[in-house]
Structures are given as structure tokens and as C-alpha cells.
Design a protein around this ligand. Structure first.
Ligand code: SF4
Length: 483
């Protein structure tokens, strides 16, 4: 069997995941909207990187055997820079983003990533390419990670990419890969599912596609969720077949905080600091506005004077709550792929008034968006700064003052809404999270059917509206608990 570098990287996270991929691929979760968008953005980054490292020949065929033949033909013809050449050796097949071929089979390889910095998993990725190139008789002179430079803007002189040389690290890693590929082959040749215990590696560096399958019998609060429990202690509990918190023996050595966690989770009791909530609520000035942005971000800055991954708002929802309980709704959704910032700022300033508290959920995000709007649009800077001065954050208000075992220490708006308000409104939405909203907005511009575009726009409005409506209901909940 031939493995790809993806298999090798996956095996570093969990070898059982590679086995499941080979034998039970139907158990894998489908790629979500976020991964689809990242995949497309990654392709765009590759395209720009080819312009940056210009003068090469692209091997576009996705089929590995065809690509391998074309690679050899181009090398025979003396081409010295190749994009996506295909090589295979010692049971591993790779494609190289940019390969420079020098005399005497010396090569320089570049791996292009949409990440802004070097990560551990990149080293294994590049090392697998070194391993195969060496197996094909090449000498790797230099190896680079090509990452996105987030200081770049379309206007400044700073290039979109910066290179990180990783030659010594990947040469060293490559020398250990033969053993890893042999183990992988042996494991995949075995028809019995490998016995690999679940653990923190299931979500690091990525949430595994087989998470739902492997964790299906694990309660949300279990020995695996005890904070800062060492792997040794976790193993000790699991080797005794202990998974449920109720079953952890009182004599088992744990810190006070870990014991408190078990006591809290098993108590089923909600704790609410009513006086602290009241103190915060007393600060709010009516009308109270509830604000939420949806944003677009991309590795290649899409608009003038933006940098890679800048969060550019394309939509907002505002609920306006008056002291007499009158509730009004305002919204704006940018319907074209032009720069949305001016229109967003203008509509927001119009609807959010000059006075009254503005509540957001995780204000750091909204404040950053507002600050960047103020920088980009000096004509609205004063008005936007005044808006920033009125912002309160509901997230710490809830996180500091409400503990509920059912939250499992997650204070996302969706979880808080479900647990505290007993409201599963997000479950009925076509777009149910920020990544899906981002993906849908990007997709909407590619649609030519007006009805399909209208439907996406409606779905986007419904999602953003739900976010601020959930904040309103959370505010009502706070008022009820302090009444
Ligand atoms: S969920 Fe965990 S144990 Fe299961 S395959 Fe993935 S990483 Fe391995």
C-alpha cells in the first residue's frame, strides 16, 4: 500500500485514525463549511505562491500516476522549477508545492501553507517530502516552509509570504520515517481495529474525523474532562475501567481543584451569583442594544488596506430593547462581493443611536472589528469610537456568575442558550455557526440564480438575528434570576 504524507501526519496524531480511514471511511465526519472554505483558500494561496516563485512548470493532474509520469518527463527535459511534482518511494507518495532542481540531483523544496507561522505538524509534512526525495536519489540542499505574512497589505512593500528555513529539523525527522512507514504498513495490513485509547490527542492538533465514533459512549463529564489530570493518572483510572466521575474512588490522589470539579459535576447543582449580576445590570443604560457581526477573512487580503486574516464585517444584527420592553430589530447584510466596510459602518451608526448600552457576547471580537472600521474609515472614526465606549460584554457576566454542570465549562452563546434558556433555536437554522455564515456569504457571490441568492441571504439574516435574539433572551434570563 502507498501512503500519502497526509496519512503519515494523521498517524502522528493517531494510528487508529489511519486504520479507520482505510477500513471504515464511512464513519468519518463530513468536512464542515469551515474546512471547505479553508481548502479553497489554500488553493488560492498556492496559486499566488506560484506567481511569487515564478518561472516553473505546473503538474496539474491530480491523479498520482499521471502526475508522476509528467514529473519525470519534465525533469528529463531539463525543467528546473516544478510546481506539484509527484514522487514516490519506500511506500510513500508526495507532491511538492515548489521544487527547484539543481545540478547533480540537488534540490530545494518549498511547502506553501496558509498558516502565518511554523507549526510542529508542518515539520513532519516537509520531512515526509525529504524522505521520499531522498528515496528517489535526490539530495535536499534546503527545505522551507512558505507561510503567510500577516504584516502584508496590498499597498505596502511587505511580501505576502515569508520563508522559514527548516532544513536541519526536517533532515533529522526524515531519518526516522522509515520505521514509521513500516509500522503504518503493518498496522493497515491488520484487519483488526487497533486498540488505541481516546484522549487529548483526539482534538489536537485537529479534531479527529472519527471523534463521534470513538467517543460515542463517553459522557460529556468523565475522567477525560478532569482539568489538568496527568496522562499517568488518567491511564490508572482507565485501566481500572473507570470512566464516569461518580466511579472515581475517594482515595484516588487528585488536587483540590480536580476534586471540586468532580463534586460540582456530580452535584447537578447550578450556582448563580445574583448580586454580581444585578450590579452589572444596574449599569446598563436604556435603550440597550445587542450587537453581533459576521465577518469575512482570507489569507490573501481581499480589499484595499486589509491584512491577511483581518476580520472584515459583511453583516450585523442589532436588537434594540427599550425600558418598556419594546424590542426593535435592525440588520444589514452586504449583498455583493465589494468591500462591505463603508456600508456596514454607515448602517450601524444610523441604527445604533447616540446613547444606550451596547451588549455583545465576547466583546473583544466586536471591539476589534469596530476599531479596524474606525481606522479604515476616518470619516466615521469618532462615531465608531463612541460606539466602542458603550460596549459591554455579556460573556464574562455569565462566565463569572453562572456555573451549571450541563455547560461543561463551555460558555459559547449556543451552549448557554441551550442550557440556561432551554432553547435549541440554533438547531432549526440552515446556517448555525459563524464559519458556516462566512462560507455561505462567500458562496452567495458565486450564485447566478437570484432565488438561490435570496435564499442564502435569508439564511444569513436568520442566523445573525438569532445571535442577537439569544443575547436578548439571556438578558431577560438575568433579569428574572435577580428579580
Ligand atoms: S477519535 Fe481519537 S482514538 Fe479515535 S481515531 Fe481519532 S484520534 Fe484516534
Amino acid at each position: 500500500m502507498n501512503f500519502t504524507k497526509k496519512d503519515l501526519i494523521l498517524s502522528a496524531q493517531c494510528r487508529k485514525a489511519v486504520w479507520l480511514q482505510a477500513y471504515r471511511p464511512e464513519l468519518a465526519a463530513e468536512a464542515d463549511a469551515g474546512s471547505q472554505l479553508r481548502f479553497e483558500q489554500g488553493n488560492q494561496v498556492d496559486l499566488v505562491a506560484r506567481e511569487y516563485f515564478e518561472g516553473g512548470e505546473l503538474i496539474a493532474d491530480l491523479e498520482w500516476d499521471n502526475a508522476s509520469q509528467q514529473t519525470h518527463a519534465l525533469l528529463e527535459a531539463g525543467v528546473t522549477r516544478l510546481y506539484q511534482p509527484a514522487f514516490g518511494a519506500q511506500g510513500l507518495r508526495i507532491r511538492v508545492d515548489v521544487l527547484d532542481v539543481h545540478p547533480n540531483r540537488n534540490v530545494v523544496l518549498r511547502e506553501v501553507k496558509m498558516s502565518t507561522r511554523l507549526k510542529d505538524e508542518h515539520l513532519l509534512d516537509i520531512a515526509s517530502q525529504v524522505f521520499v526525495l531522498q528515496g528517489c536519489g535526490y539530495r535536499v540542499e534546503q527545505a522551507y516552509l512558505v507561510a503567510v505574512n500577516n504584516a502584508h497589505t496590498p499597498e505596502n512593500e511587505i511580501p505576502l509570504f515569508h520563508e522559514v528555513e527548516v532544513t536541519p529539523e526536517v533532515l533529522q525527522l526524515a531519518s526516522q520515517l522509515e520505521q514509521q512507514v513500516t509500522e503504518l504498513t503493518g498496522m493497515v495490513d491488520t484487519e483488526a481495529e487497533p486498540d488505541v485509547p481516546i484522549g487529548k490527542h483526539c482534538t489536537k492538533p485537529w479534531t479527529c474525523a472519527f471523534y463521534d465514533y470513538c467517543w460515542q459512549d463517553v459522557p460529556k463529564a468523565s475522567v477525560l474532562s478532569i482539568p489538568r489530570l496527568s496522562p499517568k493518572k488518567l491511564d490508572a483510572l482507565r485501566s481500572q475501567g473507570i470512566l464516569r466521575l461518580d466511579d472515581v474512588p475517594p482515595s484516588f490522589s487528585l488536587t483540590d481543584k480536580q476534586r471540586d470539579y468532580i463534586a460540582f459535576q456530580t452535584s447537578g447543582m447550578q450556582t448563580i451569583h445574583r448580586s454580581a449580576i444585578k450590579e452589572e445590570l444596574d449599569l446598563f443604560v436604556y435603550p440597550v442594544y445587542f450587537l453581533d457581526f459576521e465577518t469575512h477573512s482570507a489569507p490573501i487580503p481581499p480589499y484595499p488596506h486589509t491584512y491577511p486574516y483581518q476580520q472584515v464585517p459583511f453583516q450585523f444584527s442589532v436588537h434594540e430593547l427599550h425600558e418598556d420592553r419594546t424590542l426593535l430589530h435592525h440588520e444589514y447584510l452586504h449583498l455583493t462581493d465589494s468591500d462591505p466596510r463603508q456600508a456596514v459602518a454607515e448602517h450601524l451608526i444610523q441604527c445604533i443611536g447616540d446613547s444606550g448600552s451596547i451588549l455583545t457576547y465576547n466583546a473583544r471580537f466586536e471591539i476589534k472589528v469596530l476599531e479596524e472600521l474606525a481606522t479604515a474609515l476616518p470619516q466615521y472614526a469618532d462615531a465608531l469610537q463612541r460606539i466602542i465606549g458603550r460596549v459591554y460584554d455579556q460573556l464574562p457576566l455569565i462566565r463569572k456568575n453562572v456555573q451549571d454542570p450541563e455547560l461543561h465549562r463551555s460558555y459559547s452563546l449556543k451552549t448557554v442558550t441551550r442550557v440556561l434558556l432551554n432553547d435549541d433555536a440554533y438547531a432549526n437554522l440552515t446556517i448555525a455557526n459563524g464559519q458556516a455564515a462566512h462560507f455561505a456569504w462567500v458562496r452567495m457571490h458565486e450564485l447566478t440564480d437570484p432565488e438561490a441568492r435570496r435564499q442564502v441571504a435569508e439564511n444569513l439574516k436568520a442566523y445573525c438575528c438569532q445571535d442577537t435574539l439569544a443575547q436578548v433572551h439571556l438578558h431577560y434570563w438575568c433579569e428574572r434570576v435577580i428579580a
